[in-house]
Design a protein. Structure first.
Length: 208
């Protein structure tokens, strides 16, 4: 590389069609060029029994279809009062094709009925299949509490009702009320992405 010349970004196929995740992953991995999943690639059912298993299913499908290094994430929320539900079913908790609003409404209704401490954790597993087919998984958590109703217009999924512990006991902002940079520094996906970035030899930003 010549002096003053920028290093080429690493290229990874991102195995998702969720545009929220595409935007957020691009923010979290600035040293990576994310290539969208080709439209003709059909993802297999996410029938694994863990976040790790489902992330690997999607990453393997992208790698096998393209022959390139690929990443995929599987994430969700685990409510302590519900024995860890919705967990791997977070994206379809209110049924196949359910909206974020419907999923959140069901979760808050059931957590409210349980009458517990409303503790919850976001979980994210990012699977990497490198160009040679080697497999790696990076998993992280973000602990917090669920409110009785949603607040804020940022984020997606269950963010409007999730108050993370890491902003401090006095800070009652939800994930949907945090600026993107602050959210990414503490979120489950941000932590897992930084683990991936370190594995790839990239500089990482703020946060663990």
């Amino acid at each position: 590389m010549k002096p003053g010349e920028a290093a080429a970004k690493q290229l990874l196929v991102l195995s998702t069609r969720n545009q929220h995740k595409v935007r957020e992953m691009a923010e979290l991995l600035p040293g990576v060029e994310l290539k969208p999943l080709p439209p003709e690639v059909e993802l297999p059912p996410e029938d694994g029994d863990s976040f790790e298993a489902n992330a690997l299913i999607k990453a393997r499908a992208a790698h096998e279809a393209t022959g390139e290094a690929a990443i995929a994430d599987d994430s969700g929320i685990e409510a302590a009062d519900l024995g860890g539900a919705p967990g791997i079913y977070s994206a379809r908790y209110a049924g196949e094709g359910a909206s974020d609003e419907s999923n959140l409404e069901k979760l808050l209704r059931e957590v409210g009925a349980a009458g517990g401490e409303r503790r919850a954790a976001y979980v994210c597993a990012i699977a990497l299949i490198d160009a040679d087919g080697h497999e790696y998984v990076f998993e992280a958590r973000c602990e917090g509490t669920l409110l009785g109703e949603g607040r804020g217009s940022g984020g997606f999924g269950y963010d409007p009702a999730f108050v993370p512990d890491e902003t401090g006991h006095q800070d009652q902002r939800t994930m949907a009320e945090l600026p993107a940079e602050e959210k990414n520094a503490i979120s489950h996906r941000g932590k897992a992405a930084r683990m991936l970035a370190r594995h790839l030899g990239l500089e990482t930003g703020a946060g663990p």
